[in-house]
Design a protein around this ligand. Structure first.
Ligand code: FAD
Length: 406
């Protein structure tokens, strides 16, 4: 294969495309990284995902990204389950139970946009990454030996780029997945999630940096992000019939927060957005030389913070296999193992866990709620049970299980 077609074409400079590109380039594989956003608007994206689990931190460390992020985030060893009806803390989990399982027995609260910004700097500085911003993939073609991506470049011209493999890190609306006619199996919740960004320190009310709050009428998530100024993100469910216009009225947003926690004065609301939550997994992660990773392969509810984390895990798994294939140390069937491993994780861990998380927070039956809370309490109090629980919630178990899949 000539030098041009040897490179890997990666579409999307989100966390997944960036991590994949960095792993490949750092192991001597040339990459062409295509991103629709440009220097003028890359940092305008909403922050989105922000909890980085221990296993993800180990991977970030491998590519020199962890040190850049630690200073921009908050180290959070604890997370809480609260009962809003009773106004009580149900359970406190401490990642210290994972001290023998990981070098990072905590999560790092650091938003997607900061991760993308720091990883983009590393990608820009790497001589083997040909970074093309303001460039959009429109279609692609493949044959037995190569793949060609057709893009509209920053000058508005159509350009064709040839490579050995094409990886979609394009996010949930992947053109590559749609072009390949791969079904995105699953469902969409009828209720959208309201995300409010608030400048207020909730820790004075007993909350920690990461809180899951159960309530039969209005469950919540509450997360702390580093500023300046520091911000807290509060998620609320909405009713399907509520319009965006109704939901976003400032007095409605304020009233919702005051019902959650009356503080005797207005909250400073610094941002809000509304999003639709899907639980979907692509039926296949690979067709020939085109491969899906991250949100283009699977999307899920943010309860449990698994979307971006599991996407980053896809990126490292796939990159290590592509390196071996392109060095001639493995054949292309290795990519089927990528699909077996990561699709298993998406279905059996990420989907199962996030669907269960939402069910527990929104449970209406008082007896089931009590049983759920009792179980969480018992689990947090018993070090053995707490470790097993944390291995699952922090995705370490999913990685160990995937490793055992031949
Ligand atoms: C509002 C919102 C809130 C979220 N909150 C959470 C959360 O709290 N916790 C959590 O775990 N997850 C959350 N997620 C999900 C999380 O952000 C994603 O799982 C994660 O960003 C996926 O990374 P990715 O790299 O696969 O895709 P993305 O981050 O979506 O990145 C895709 C990139 O590809 C680029 N691109 C797309 N199409 C093209 C094209 N045709 N040509 C060139 N470039 C293209 C895009 O511009 C983008 O930069 C949230 C998502 C949303 C939308």
């Amino acid at each position: 294969m000539d030098k041009q077609s040897d490179r890997v074409i990666v579409i999307g400079a989100g966390p997944v495309g960036l991590c994949l590109s960095l792993v490949l380039a750092q192991q001597g594989i040339r990459v062409c990284l295509i991103e629709a956003l440009g220097d003028d608007n890359f940092l305008d994206q909403v922050p989105r995902a922000g909890t980085n689990h221990p296993a993800t931190l180990e991977l970030f460390d491998r590519i020199g990204l962890y040190d850049k992020l630690e200073t921009r985030g908050i180290i959070a060893p604890l997370f809480h389950y609260w009962d809003r009806q009773e106004g009580k803390l149900i359970a406190e989990f401490d990642h210290i139970h994972l001290k023998d399982d990981t070098r990072f027995p905590y999560v790092l609260q650091c938003e997607r946009i900061k991760i993308a910004e720091e990883a983009l700097k590393l990608a820009r500085a790497h001589p083997d990454i040909d970074l093309r911003l303001s460039t959009t993939l429109t279609s692609f073609a493949q044959d037995a030996d190569s793949v060609t991506a057709f893009v509209t470049n920053s000058a508005g011209e159509i350009e064709s780029i040839r490579g050995s493999y094409l990886v979609s890190g394009e996010g949930a609306r992947s053109i590559i997945r749609k072009d390949l006619d791969i079904e995105f199996e699953g469902f969409t919740y009828p209720d959208r999630t309201l995300n409010l960004e608030v400048a207020y320190d909730f820790r004075k009310h007993g909350y920690t940096e990461r809180n899951y709050i159960s309530d039969p009428d209005e469950w919540s998530n509450l997360f702390h992000w580093k500023g300046p100024p520091d911000r807290w993100r509060v998620h609320f469910p909405t009713r399907p019939e509520e319009t965006e216009e109704e939901l976003s009225r400032p007095e409605q947003l304020q009233a919702r927060l005051q019902r959650f926690l009356p503080i005797g004065r207005d909250f400073e609301i610094v941002g809000w957005n509304l999003y639709t939550v899907h639980q979907r997994v692509a039926k296949k992660f690979r067709a020939g030389r085109a491969i899906l990773a991250g949100d283009s392969a699977h999307v899920n509810s943010p309860i449990g913070a698994m979307g971006m984390n599991s996407g980053v895990h896809d990126a490292f798994n796939l990159a290590d296999k592509l390196v071996r294939i392109l060095r001639g140390e493995a054949d292309a069937d290795e990519l089927d193992r990528y699909e077996r491993q990561r699709r298993h994780v998406a279905v059996q861990h990420t989907q199962a866990e996030t669907i269960r998380n939402k069910r527990v927070l929104a449970e209406k039956d008082p007896a089931v709620r009590k049983a759920n809370h009792d179980l969480l309490r018992r689990t947090a109090e018993d070090p053995k049970l707490a470790r097993a629980f944390l291995l699952r919630t922090s995705l370490i178990e999913s990685l160990r299980e995937a490793d055992r899949i031949p």
